[in-house]
Design a protein around this ligand. Structure first.
Ligand code: FAD
Length: 329
């Protein structure tokens, strides 16, 4: 009989493990949100859709490149050919990394995880609070039910959230414990007019914000002008529990300090809090696997905070679990 495996988290890492194992195991994914993709996220505001998590991704590893071939062939992934700039505190604009190829999902960043999830058993609105039991008899505790038994459980949530649900007997709690993740606030602005910025995306040298992009310059976004603004990590960590209205006020002021944006032009401005956004210090191992307890963990935080790192972590764990399962047959 196929082993039963529970995966916690339907971000790119969790979905990649699931895809790798789906032919030889009975997989069920539990995701606390209403949709798949995790930090590859898109949100609708007024009449526009904005990518408020990962802005784009790069491809350095051949394995990630190969995995994207069919998504590219079907136009679910396309290159974002932009002028990428760096904005100094004196207002100077410098072009940076003109040769780096950047990719986005089409028509939104969440399109890629949605494609990977097709045919997988994903339970949405299903937050896992705890895992109890023993190897081959693991149970997941959700708000309204118990799920299981499972032979294996894979935690594919950000490091602190994975550590919170993995049982004490998981052998790699120390490795998760060294991981440091930063927060981020994302401000999404629907504009009334466009075209006054001489770049599509820029890193900003400012104490509050560090990124502005014109989301409507990405391929496939035929929509009204809109901006995505990210806070810098130090400021976000220091202000993570402040009311969102105060954060919104500070970030809008920072935007207006840096670019020619009159208050009237910011038609609608909505803020999103990411408690665990980027990886400051990774675990330094591609994934964490405890064969004895039949528990494992993966995610960008194993390697370094990027979409590609999340994929590679999930793919590496998928291979390791395939080998174990096939050897036990
Ligand atoms: C604002 C921002 C900008 C970024 N920009 C870039 C960029 O430009 N380029 C780039 O490469 N990367 C970027 N990143 C990072 C990139 O998004 C991540 O590296 C990648 O998406 C992580 O994937 P993951 O699968 O490891 O984790 P996630 O995408 O976080 O997936 C984990 C999933 O687990 C779920 N979960 C958590 N706890 C539980 C629980 N208890 N029960 C059930 N489900 C649970 C979460 O809801 C989530 O869906 C950015 C991230 C943010 C936030």
């Amino acid at each position: 009989m196929s082993p039963k495996i529970a995966i916690i988290g339907a971000g790119i890492a969790g979905l990649t493990v699931a895809r790798a194992l789906s032919a030889i195991a009975d997989i069920r994914i539990f995701e606390k949100r209403r949709g798949v993709g995790g930090r590859m996220a898109t949100r609708r505001i007024a009449d526009v859709s904005l990518d408020h998590g990962a802005q784009y991704f790069t491809i350095r590893d051949h394995r990630f490149r190969d995995s994207l071939k069919s998504a590219q062939a079907n136009d679910v992934v396309q290159s974002w050919k932009i002028e990428f700039a760096s904005l100094g505190d004196d207002g100077t604009v410098r072009r940076v990394n003109p040769h780096t190829e950047r990719y986005v999902g089409m028509p939104s960043m969440s399109a890629l995880p949605k494609l990977i999830s097709i045919g997988l058993d994903v339970r949405l609105d299903s937050q896992v609070a705890a895992i109890t039991g023993d190897p081959c008899r693991w149970f997941l505790h959700l708000a309204d039910r118990l799920e299981g038994p499972f032979d294996w459980v894979v935690a594919a949530a950000p490091a602190p959230q994975s550590a919170a649900v993995l049982p004490f007997r998981f052998a790699h709690h120390d490795a998760i414990g060294v991981v440091e993740m930063n927060a981020c606030f994302t401000l999404m602005i629907r504009l009334t007019c466009d075209g006054r910025l001489p770049y599509a995306a820029a890193r900003i040298d400012d104490p509050i914000i560090d990124w502005i992009s014109r989301n409507n310059t990405k391929p496939g976004r035929h929509q009204a002008p809109c901006l995505v603004v990210n806070s810098n990590a130090v400021w976000a960590d220091a202000n993570i529990d402040k009311p969102l209205e105060i954060i919104r006020h500070h970030m809008l002021a920072a935007v207006q300090r840096n670019i020619p944006l009159a208050p009237i032009e910011a038609d609608t401005a909505v803020i999103h809090r990411w408690r665990y956004a980027n990886v400051q210090k990774p675990a330094g191992q591609s994934y964490l696997l405890d064969r004895a307890s039949q528990l494992a963990a993966c995610g960008d935080w194993c390697i370094g905070g990027r979409v590609e790192a999340a994929y590679l972590s999930g793919a590496g764990l998928g291979d390791a679990l395939c080998e174990i399962i096939e050897a036990s047959e």
